[in-house]
Design a protein around this ligand. Structure first.
Ligand code: ATP
Ligand code: MG
Length: 568
């Protein structure tokens, strides 16, 4: 999708090929006009921004067409799954603003799936194969050569049933037998060459414990789960396109014998979300967590929903992003700058403004009376009049940003230098008179004067070119600020099959520990978002305590996307 398309689809729901299909299915009276989708994550990791695309699509379609959307935990692979992930998935879907019509687990259907598999055996449509993994691969053939039948393919129904039941009973070790669909070893589609339906896995399952030691494959479990739940449109990513004939095979052959399966779900594939500078497979994200290259799944540098939340992203911004990227059939790579642009726009509308000095330099105003404090009026949000104003204390000693002072400024430096003037935001015009240095020659303090007639908003009307932010030194509270940069230096981490970890950005986290913030900020609750004027958008971290507040920088004020979009 080009940038111009995405700019025009801002908040209205874009029509896409999936919504077109749903619309015509309803018109044709398919499934009696019902629309039922599902979001089916495997609980083997936290949800990421790619999942958000699928969530917005599945829940969005259901909502728009008056249908239903289930949350289904696709827990057919016990080794990697965990209740921590189950809980995180539910929390993140809700936080994004969606509520499921029903919550299911694929493991709810293990007994039914098993019974259906026995029926497939009785129908001559499945058999127990006892080739080992290497032999199976060797029999499978290649894209250009047909496969060969396994010598076990023609076992009798009785023998198959007996072996399958003993597989279930736990008589065999992992890898000794599998149940396979009996389809066609010469099919041009490799997925149809007698795919595996069940494998033996002696592993504890996070829900079913040790009740099972055989587990269904994704290709078998998914269509049956869909059919059992009455799903009408089963939306998945493009890599499953070649699996669709198998999906349909499972639905048809199981339905033929199961009266309770009234619906015939249809699989529709769409392009997954790819973001530059980002890895998005749960396996790779798990590596980052396990090797402690980040501080957990919710590290603000992670592309997980939990990470984005901790970073300060709003659910609205993520939904808006998903709406802008749209849904299409062709793979592409979205610029992460668009994600940043989206949250910046949202926060610009709603984040309260505040003053914070990240790298402080002390200022003493020599002609301001000692002990005097003024409460000055500051605008909370120029984009939102209803946000009102607040008071900020002004006194003789201030902190300003170190980089707002230069002893020997270049020509167009409109901030502070010896002998020049600058406006203090919401306050007075300040003039730098003298510089105080330490023994090493570093500037440690500025001696200044102020113009008492120049209060911001007064009618005196004297103008100076630059305006800088500040905090009152006696009133400011100390804080920590965490600045984040991209986690990866490469646009395509791990490109060409190399280890993505070699592309890690070694300086993706910078901690500033002597930040000065206006007093009210220290008591803000975790998750509160601010614009620190001239610095960017920040969010109170859950590590924050009133005596030691911590802020995460969500995004800078400078908009990389506007520049990119303008160039296109
Ligand atoms: P990963 O490769 O990150 O582990 P996955 O596909 O294995 O992802 P699932 O938990 O199986 O993860 O995914 C749940 C749903 O989310 C699936 O329907 C899947 O197609 C969808 N999904 C996963 N990643 C993306 C993505 N990058 N863009 C869009 N949809 C995605
Ligand atoms: Mg998957």
């Amino acid at each position: 999708m080009s940038s111009t398309d995405s700019e025009t689809t801002d908040s209205a729901t874009p029509l896409d090929f999936i919504r077109d299909i749903v619309t015509s299915d309803i018109r044709a009276g398919k499934d009696a006009g019902r629309v039922h989708t599902r979001f089916p994550p495997e609980p083997n990791g936290y949800l990421h921004i790619g999942h958000a695309k699928s969530i917005c699509l599945n829940f969005g379609v259901a909502r728009e067409f008056g249908g239903r959307c289930n949350l289904r935990l696709d827990d057919t692979n016990p080794a990697k799954e965990d209740t921590e992930y189950v809980d995180a998935i539910q929390r993140d879907v809700r936080w994004l603003g969606f509520e499921w019509s029903a919550l299911f687990y694929a493991s709810d259907y293990f007994e039914l799936m098993y019974q259906y598999a026995e029926q497939l055996i009785r129908d001559g449509k499945a058999y127990v194969d006892s080739l080992n993994a290497d032999e199976m691969r060797e029999h499978r053939g290649t894209l250009t050569e047909p496969g060969r039948n396994s010598p076990y393919r023609d076992r009798t129904t009785e023998e198959n049933l007996d072996l399958f039941r003993r597989m279930r009973a736990g008589e065999y070790p992992d890898g000794t037998h599998v149940l396979r669909a009996r389809i066609d070893m010469a099919s041009p589609n490799i997925n149809m060459r007698d795919p595996t339906l069940y494998r033996i896995r002696h592993d504890d399952h996070h829900r079913t414990g040790n009740a099972w030691c055989i587990y269904p494959s994704y290709d078998y479990a998914h269509p049956i789960s869909d059919a059992l739940e009455g799903i009408t449109h089963s939306l998945c990513t493009l890599e499953f396109e070649d699996h669709r004939p198998l999906y349909d095979w499972c639905v048809e052959n199981v339905r033929a014998r199961a009266a309770e399966l009234t619906s015939r779900p249809r699989q529709i594939e769409f392009a997954r979300l790819n973001l530059n500078y980002t890895v998005m497979s749960k396996r790779k994200l798990l590596t980052l967590v396990e090797q402690q290259l980040v501080n957990g799944w919710d590290d603000p540098r992670m592309p997980t929903i939990a990470g984005l939340r901790r970073r300060g992203y709003t659910p609205e911004a993520i939904r808006d992003f998903c709406s802008r990227i749209g849904v299409a059939k062709k793979e592409n790579v979205i610029d992460v700058a668009l994600l940043e642009h989206t949250v910046r726009e949202d926060l610009n509308r709603r984040a309260q403004r505040a003053l914070a000095v990240l790298r402080p330099l002390k200022v003493v105003i020599e002609n301001y009376p000692e002990g005097r404090v003024e409460q000055l009026n500051a605008t909370n949000n120029p984009e939102d009049a209803s946000a009102g104003t607040r008071s900020i204390p002004f006194s003789r000693e201030l902190h300003i940003e170190r980089e707002d002072f230069m002893e020997e400024p270049p020509k167009k430096f409109f901030r502070l230098s010896p002998g020049t003037e600058v406006r203090l935001r919401y306050a007075y015009i300040l003039k730098c008179e003298r510089v105080v240095k330490d023994t090493a020659g570093a500037v440690v303090e500025l001696r200044c004067t102020y113009d008492p007639e120049s209060l911001s908003g007064s009618t005196a009307g004297r103008r100076v070119k630059g305006t800088i932010h500040w905090v009152s030194a006696t009133h400011a509270r100390d804080a920590e600020v965490r600045l984040y940069d991209r986690l990866f230096l490469s646009e395509d981490p791990g490109e060409g099959g190399r280890d993505p970890l070699v592309d890690l950005n070694p300086t993706s986290l910078e901690r500033l520990i002597s930040v000065k913030v206006e007093p009210a900020l220290a008591d803000a609750d975790a998750g509160t978002r601010f614009q620190f004027e001239r610095q960017g958008y920040f969010c109170v971290d859950p590590d924050s305590r009133p005596e030691a507040p911590v802020f995460n920088r969500t995004v800078t004020l400078k908009d990389g996307w506007a520049r990119i979009a303008g160039r296109k």
